[in-house]
Write a protein that binds this ligand. Structure first.
Ligand SMILES: [Zn+2]
Length: 76
């Protein structure tokens, strides 16, 4: 199983609570920048006209645990 990793902003080093953002910058097809940042740095990046987008975080919805009560009457 994978542990959910805490996201750290690769720009300012802050722990990212909530949405993470990805900032990329390309010049002539060469990737100059590709990092995950917090919302503050995201806004900063937008001010600098860098390409920035929200990172989709897959949240696990509580599905793994079946509560045992469904079996109720079909006991062995
Ligand atoms: Zn940051």
């Amino acid at each position: 199983m994978r542990k959910p990793r805490d996201r750290i902003c690769q720009h300012c080093g802050a722990l990212i609570a909530g949405k993470a953002y990805r900032v990329t910058s390309e010049e002539e097809g060469i990737s100059l920048l590709d990092m995950i940042v917090c919302s503050l740095c995201f806004m900063e990046a937008k001010r600098l006209h860098l390409h920035a987008e929200v990172v989709n975080v897959r949240s696990k919805e509580a599905s793994a645990r079946n509560r045992g009560s469904h079996r109720s009457r079909l006991g062995i």
